[in-house]
Design a protein around this ligand. Structure first.
Ligand code: ADP
Ligand code: UDP
Length: 236
């Protein structure tokens, strides 16, 4: 398997074609961003941590029978994934109030929700990822109603698996963002990364932040917090 042309350079990762058809190489970068890329810092060691944490979580989700893009980790900062046509929606699921939800509704952080809340954001850096509903998704022809129903069903099922996984690590899964893509047969498949960059993770006992809020809110050292998450995963 050889790395061929770069096809995308994003805020946290680069994508490359490979000698294997429909398989992409994802290279994680030592880059942290917030505020839609307005704030950007080089963080030594972040690529390795996110790649490895995401790979462990995806291996678990594959074992649990979820349909995901993950193939294998090939180096400390690289993994192979199935090439998909990404559906430009960021799907956020919330188990506990926090972040933009708390801000939007003027509700304090940390209140458990009776049932998970799913939100959609239109994945567009130029528009700052606006909040959208299912009618907007239909209007923008981003996905069909049936596909949206499948995405919601998959997101709820993935939430159940992830909650169980993090529980074993003494971590509370507050909320997270997922992306989905379509394979050549039109099947919906889970894509992108799952890491402390894309999930809110709180220590079960101290409620200490073990996620990107440490960077967003200047609460401490991102690398040592992400390393703590990886240590707990490796100790499983
Ligand atoms: P951003 O695009 O927001 O700057 P990243 O730096 O994480 O974010 O870039 C990774 C890109 O790769 C994202 O746009 C994501 O949608 C895309 N992607 C993730 N998984 C796949 C996949 N399996 N096939 C194609 N594209 C993918
Ligand atoms: N999230 C993400 N990428 C984004 C926006 C949000 O991975 O571009 C994740 C974020 O880490 C959190 C969840 O989605 O776990 C909900 O984020 P929220 O809407 O509260 O926004 P925030 O206040 O974190 O910007």
């Amino acid at each position: 398997m050889e790395k061929l042309a770069e096809i995308y350079s994003g805020k946290a990762k680069k994508l490359f074609q490979t000698t294997q058809e429909n398989i992409l190489l994802v290279e994680y970068l030592n880059q942290a961003t917030a505020l839609n890329g307005l704030r950007k810092d080089t963080v030594e060691g972040k690529a390795m941590l996110n790649n490895q944490i995401s790979a462990h979580i995806y291996q678990y989700l594959n074992q649990k029978g979820h349909k995901t893009h993950f193939v294998e980790e090939v180096s400390p900062t690289q993994q192979l994934v199935q090439a998909l046509t990404i559906i430009p929606i960021e799907v956020v699921l919330r188990n506990i109030t926090a972040g933009s939800f708390s801000k939007r509704f003027g509700i304090e952080e940390g209140i458990p929700l009776d049932k998970p809340i799913i939100e959609f954001y239109y994945k567009s850096d130029a528009l700052d990822d606006p909040f959208i509903n299912e009618d907007h998704v239909a209007f923008l022809a981003i996905a069909s109603l049936k596909e949206i129903a499948t995405i919601k069903e998959m997101t709820l099922a993935i939430n159940e698996s992830l909650k169980d996984y993090f529980k074993q690590l003494d971590i509370i899964l507050v909320d997270f963002k997922l992306e989905f893509g379509k394979d050549q047969d039109g099947n919906i498949v889970l894509a992108d990364e799952i890491s402390p960059d894309t999930c809110r993770l709180w220590d079960k006992n101290s409620h200490e932040h073990l996620d990107k809020d440490v960077y967003r809110r200047d609460l401490g050292d991102l690398v040592s917090v992400y390393q703590e998450v990886l240590n707990r995963i490796q100790a499983l």
